[in-house]
Design a protein around this ligand. Structure first.
Ligand code: NAP
Length: 238
C-alpha cells in the first residue's frame, strides 16, 4: 500500500505517524508555502503538482490518497476530488462550535469591512496570503497582523507584523490582546485546538470576533473528522 497524504495540517502529520507505525508506505505532500515547515514522518514531497493533470500523473505511484489539507485549501481539495481513478478520503477537522456573539462572514473582503465597523485596533490572524484584502478597509488603523512567514506585501505604515505559529497558550493570547489593546479579532473557522486560545482570550476580554466561515468542501468525497477514522479507512483498504 502506497499512500499519498495531502498535508499542511497537524492532522496530516498525526496520520503519517499512525500509518508509518503500521508499516504503510506513506508520502506526505506539502505545498511549499511555509519557509520552515514542520516535516511529517515518512516520505515528503514539496511543491504543487501542476493542477489536475499533474496530480493525475503523480497518482500513478500511489494506491490511495488522504486529502488532509486545511479546510480553506479548497483548490487542492478540488483537484484531488477530480482524480476519480483512485480511492480518496477527505480528513477535515470539524469547525468550531459557533458562538452567537461572533460576526460571521463568507469572505475575507467582508471580514475587513466588518472589522472596520466593529473596532479601531484589529488583530488579523487570517494568514499572510489574505492580508492584501484588508488594506482597503483597515490600511489607516493600527492593525496587528500575526502570520507564520513575512508576507511579500508592503504593509501600511500603521500596521505591526508579528511572525509566530501555534499551538498558542491562553495566557500568551491574553497578553497579546492586552498589549495591542485589540478591540476586534479577525480569524477564519480553522477549527482544532492549536489556534483556539485566541478565541477564548477574546471572549474573556470582551473583544469582538469576526470569523470567516468555511468554504464548502468537495462534493461526493467521503469525509471523516478524525485521524482515527482516517486510519480505519486506510486499514479497510488493506
Ligand atoms: P490551495 O489554494 O487549495 O492550493 C493552491 C495550489 O497549491 C494547489 O492547486 C496546488 O498546486 C498547491 N498545493 C496546495 N496544497 C498542496 C499540497 N498539500 N501539496 C502539494 N501542492 C499543494 O491551498 P492554500 O490555501 O494555498 O494552502 C496551501 C497549503 O497550506 C495546503 O497544503 C494547506 O493544507 C496548508 N494550509 C493552508 C491554510 C489556509 O488557510 N489556506 C492554513 C494552514 C495550512 P498545483 O495545482 O500545482 O498542484
Amino acid at each position: 500500500m502506497r499512500l499519498l497524504i495531502l498535508g499542511g495540517t497537524s492532522e496530516a502529520r498525526e496520520l503519517a505517524v499512525e500509518l508509518v507505525a503500521t508499516g504503510i508506505d506513506v508520502t506526505t505532500s506539502l505545498a511549499g508555502r511555509v519557509a520552515r515547515p514542520r516535516l511529517p514522518v515518512g516520505e515528503v514531497r514539496i511543491g504543487g503538482f501542476g493542477g489536475v493533470p499533474g496530480l493525475r500523473s503523480a497518482l500513478v505511484d500511489y494506491d490511495a490518497v488522504v486529502d488532509a489539507t486545511h479546510p480553506f485549501a479548497v483548490g487542492m481539495s478540488a483537484n484531488a476530488a477530480a482524480c476519480t481513478d483512485i480511492p480518496l478520503l477527505r480528513l477535515a477537522r470539524p469547525g468550531w462550535s459557533v458562538d452567537p456573539t461572533w460576526h460571521r462572514v463568507e469572505t475575507h473582503a467582508q471580514a475587513a469591512v466588518a472589522a472596520a465597523r466593529l473596532g479601531q485596533r484589529p488583530l488579523l490572524t487570517i494568514g499572510r496570503q489574505q492580508l492584501a484584502q484588508f488594506v482597503p478597509a483597515l490600511g489607516e488603523r493600527p492593525v496587528l497582523a500575526r502570520v507564520v512567514d513575512v508576507p511579500t506585501l508592503d504593509l501600511p505604515p500603521a500596521w505591526e507584523l508579528i511572525t509566530d505559529r501555534g499551538p498558542y497558550a491562553l495566557d500568551d493570547e491574553l497578553a497579546l490582546l492586552a498589549r495591542h489593546r485589540t478591540d476586534v479579532l479577525v480569524t477564519k473557522d480553522s477549527g482544532g485546538t492549536y489556534t483556539w486560545p485566541k478565541m477564548a482570550a477574546a471572549a474573556q476580554l470582551g473583544v469582538a470576533v469576526v470569523i470567516v466561515d468555511r468554504p464548502p468542501g468537495p462534493d461526493d468525497v467521503p469525509t471523516v473528522p478524525t485521524v482515527t477514522a482516517a486510519v480505519a479507512w486506510v486499514k479497510e483498504l488493506l
